[in-house]
Design a protein around this ligand. Structure first.
Ligand SMILES: Cc1cc2nc3c(=O)[nH]c(=O)nc-3n(C[C@H](O)[C@H](O)[C@H](O)COP(=O)(O)OP(=O)(O)OC[C@H]3O[C@@H](n4cnc5c(N)ncnc54)[C@H](O)[C@@H]3O)c2cc1C
Length: 325
């Protein structure tokens, strides 16, 4: 087994996904302690250029028309071949639809341990410890990694994506994929989600409401705050699931990925599936009655307060500032 850390690079429709840069950032840091190399694994077709800004030492690139877009059938076969041949210390995959799909299959097929919802990995001499967010992010679980190849599903939040980007292109090492002519799954087409009244991914100020808003009747308080600040209201999943806001306002794993200048999280706990969609916001402000809520771990500013009390006060203050300006 080598001390190299392999990172499975996710891309969708020609875009490298943010989680890939976050994982490269995590791998680079670990490699400094372990002395191994940070190796990206890029599967695709005519996709070599996607490796251009990855801060990896090397990118193993496998080119085949069957790898143009993700399918679990083709990807797991190729990754199983690479991991079996190269025996990396760790193989990092995103805690995403793609990454979780693959990690389970690979773990079973290669009989390798799998750590899910992993936020950080820390080196202590030769041994490695992981920190995982469990129970919707409420509990941080720590544990040691076995001294074999381990598969990791990583959540965002532990590292900044910028640290996984570089102006210097990595070395590309082509790798011949195993035969892929008998696959059972192929991608027929992408179905884009319907566009809504606003595109929250383009907004500079987002007022995000969660279950803490308690009732649909309270939403106008958030609308008023958004109007006073020149922003737009978005939400966590419970709010959208109850039909209080359109699905196009959902932030997170199954919704939109946003990176506004300011993200105000009102009564949102900070579950990993929500954080996945908003952790790249420049300034996160959290308001929550529970001082242990995980959202405070990623917020720059926070208030332990009832959103129903604080929203009208914030709105009033924002209006006052506007009047003066
Ligand atoms: C496969 C999958 C995909 C998912 N995708 C998404 C996704 O895309 N987006 C998403 O958001 N979730 C998603 N989820 C759900 C996610 O796991 C969480 O359940 C959800 O994010 C929790 O939303 P919340 O923070 O609003 O609610 P909760 O976790 O219930 O938190 C409510 C918070 O409000 C606080 N609170 C209560 N009352 C008040 C008050 N009066 N004032 C201030 N604070 C108050 C509480 O202390 C608590 O922290 C997904 C889950 C799965 C399994």
């Amino acid at each position: 087994m080598s001390q190299d850390i392999y990172v499975v690079i996710e891309h969708i429709q020609g875009q490298v996904q943010e989680i890939s840069y976050i994982m490269v950032a995590a791998a680079r840091l670990l490699c400094e302690s372990l002395g191994g190399k940070c190796i990206g694994v890029l599967l695709g077709h005519d996709a070599r250029d996607l490796a251009g800004d990855l801060a990896a030492d090397t990118v193993i690139y496998l080119d085949d028309p069957a790898l143009a877009e993700f399918t679990p059938d083709a990807y797991q076969r190729v990754l199983a071949a690479i991991i079996s041949e190269c025996h990396p210390r760790l193989a990092l995959l995103g805690q995403t639809s793609i990454g979780t799909d693959l990690a389970g299959i690979l773990s079973m097929r290669l009989r390798l341990p799998l750590v899910s919802h992993c936020q950080r990995i820390e080196a202590e001499g030769d041994s490695l410890r992981f920190v995982s967010q469990i129970c919707g992010g409420r509990i941080l679980a720590q544990g040691s990694l076995t001294p074999s190849t381990v598969l990791i599903n990583m959540v965002p939040g532990g590292h900044k994506a910028e640290a996984g980007r570089s102006d210097r292109a990595p070395e590309i090492r082509p790798f011949a994929p195993p035969p892929l002519d008998d696959l059972r799954i192929s991608l027929k087409c992408y179905i884009e989600p319907p566009t809504g009244d606003v595109d929250i991914s383009r907004e500079r100020i987002l007022i995000a409401v969660g279950r803490g808003i308690q009732r649909q009747d309270n939403l106008p308080l958030a609308d008023e705050l958004a109007e006073a600040l020149g922003g737009v209201v978005c939400a966590s999943r419970p709010v959208v699931d109850q039909g209080w806001l359109q699905p196009t306002r959902l932030v997170g794993k199954s919704g939109m990925k946003v990176a506004p200048a300011v993200y105000i999280a009102l009564g949102i706990s900070g579950a990993p599936e929500h954080v996945e969609g908003m952790s790249d916001s420049q300034v996160i402000i959290a308001i929550n009655t529970d001082r242990g809520a995980p959202i405070f771990n990623i917020a720059r500013y926070g208030a332990e307060a009832d959103v129903l009390d604080l929203m009208p006060v914030l709105t009033q203050q924002a209006r006052k500032v506007k009047e003066v300006a």
